[in-house]
Design a protein. Structure first.
Length: 142
């Protein structure tokens, strides 16, 4: 077992391992050790570490461990899916309220436009009546 350099958790199985040896010209003995890549189950980063001397490489992850990993991934995906469904529901509700508000704003804008149009008509009538009172014709204004 090796310790995670970040959190100190014990990691038993290497993701990948390989033997390392050094050749010395003077001495024909080849010191061997195994080097492995590990993934911490708690904090999740990958790291390299020396595997204690043994003649066989580190064993592959067991089926039980792989099933646990798949179940964990599945639970995470289910949780993400549920979160997305909640957010979609929230957005649909928000969309409905925004559409109602947009309809209200549109009605308000139409009523204001109608009011301005009637004011413009009244002003034109007043201008026309003032011109008649003053005896002015439309030709003089040109």
């Amino acid at each position: 077992m090796v310790k995670c350099p970040n959190c100190g958790a014990q990691v038993a199985v290497a993701i990948k391992s390989w033997p390392v040896s050094f050749k010395k010209k003077e001495d024909h003995a080849k010191p061997k050790f195994l080097l492995g890549i590990f993934k911490c189950p708690k904090c999740k980063p990958k790291f390299r570490a020396r595997i204690e001397s043994s003649s066989e490489p580190a064993e592959a992850p067991k089926l039980h461990d792989l099933v646990k990993q798949v179940k964990g991934i599945r639970e995470g995906l289910i949780q993400a899916r549920n979160t997305l469904h909640e957010r979609i529901g929230t957005f649909e509700t928000e969309r409905g309220s925004l559409m109602l508000e947009l309809g209200d704003l549109e009605k308000d804008a139409e009523s204001r436009a109608d009011a301005l149009e009637s004011e413009v008509c009244q002003l034109r009538e007043e201008i026309k009546s003032l011109k008649e009172l003053l005896g002015s014709t439309g030709e003089d204004a040109k």
